[in-house]
Design a protein around this ligand. Structure first.
Ligand code: ATP
Ligand code: MG
Length: 295
């Protein structure tokens, strides 16, 4: 994958959201890729998976840092496939995936970060959020009736509630960062046109029917409102310590390359190392070694 100064994922990384405009990133882009086609991507992807597995092994052994990868996207943008691919080489013991669907009655009885907080990765682990607390500034914003269901005291639900949520989330992620939970966020940016193509494929191919739900078409009708909500969300929550990656998602192979590169880049930045053994332990090991040989 690309060298340090010109890493592929850096082209799509947003570390300061000020003035961020979604239309500066083309969902169909495959620019800056070290290779130019799907075929060559297979080898690069396999290489990336291998490097990730080696880094994850150290992350787990060192048991200090945790990595939280947040995935947000419109339907059919490829979240599930990307998660499956990116994690394909990783030891399942060191990885946990949490999917956030519509909140339950118990979830709704709490503050909105409550359920996410229970799913955070332990030290040494990679946690994946398939959707997340960010839905609280997306689907809940596009559908005000969902906010009403949260039964928050009326005087706390003003027009500035979204600004409050952006601030809460920034602070929450700062807090996580200071506790050794490294947060990286991915918006898989698919075009409306490509979503249509993928929906049609799901409808026309019996083996893909199960992936389609009538709700998907209903959400598609709110496309512009979603894009506006995503733009504001990224603009207000992209920070140096918890950046967003806006990943072009019309070409799945390219999406996966960018995400894998971002994960590798992040893990490399932690200077992970296997724990070293103390002199006392080293003596114990030598003694055990001697005993076994003498048996
Ligand atoms: P798939 O890609 O397999 O369809 P999915 O993530 O879309 O997976 P679904 O069961 O289709 O899963 O949908 C989950 C739904 O839950 C989404 O429409 C999402 O917007 C909604 N959801 C997630 N979090 C919240 C939330 N906090 N409040 C309300 N709705 C939410
Ligand atoms: Mg869905």
């Amino acid at each position: 994958m690309a060298d340090h100064q010109h890493r592929l994922s850096h082209h799509y990384r947003i570390r300061s959201g000020e003035g961020f405009r979604l239309n500066t990133i083309d969902p169909g882009s495959t620019a800056h890729a070290p290779i130019s086609d799907k075929q060559a991507a297979q080898a690069a992807l396999a290489d990336g998976v291998e490097r990730m597995a080696a880094l994850q092994d150290k992350l787990y052994a060192q048991d200090r840092w945790a990595l939280l990868l947040v995935f947000q996207a419109m339907d059919a943008a490829g979240k599930d496939g990307t998660i499956k691919h990116v994690m394909s080489g990783v030891n399942p013991q060191g990885c946990q995936v949490s999917s956030f669907k519509a909140p339950s009655a118990i979830d709704l009885d709490h503050d909105y970060l409550w359920r996410a907080n229970q799913c955070l990765p332990e030290r040494g682990r990679i946690g994946i959020f398939n959707r997340s607390y960010y839905e609280e500034t997306l689907v809940v914003r596009v559908h005000p009736e969902l906010l009403a269901r949260q039964t928050i005291p009326e005087e706390l639900v003003g027009h500035d509630i979204w600004q409050h949520r952006f601030r809460d989330i920034r602070h929450y992620e700062d807090y996580l960062g200071r506790n050794g939970v490294v947060v990286r966020k991915f918006f898989l940016h698919v075009s409306k046109q490509e979503q249509k193509r993928r929906f049609l494929e799901r409808l026309e191919n019996p083996e893909k029917n199960w992936k389609f739900s009538a709700a998907d078409i209903r959400e598609r009708a709110h496309w512009d409102a979603y894009m506006a909500a995503y733009e504001q969300m990224i603009g207000h929550t992209a920070t140096d310590s918890s950046p967003w990656y806006v990943v072009p998602a019309d070409h799945k192979w390219f999406t996966r390359l960018v995400v894998a590169d971002a994960v590798i880049d992040t893990l490399e930045s932690l200077n992970l190392a296997y724990p070293t053994v103390s002199d006392a332990t080293r003596r114990e090991l030598a003694e055990a070694h001697r005993q076994l040989l003498e048996e």
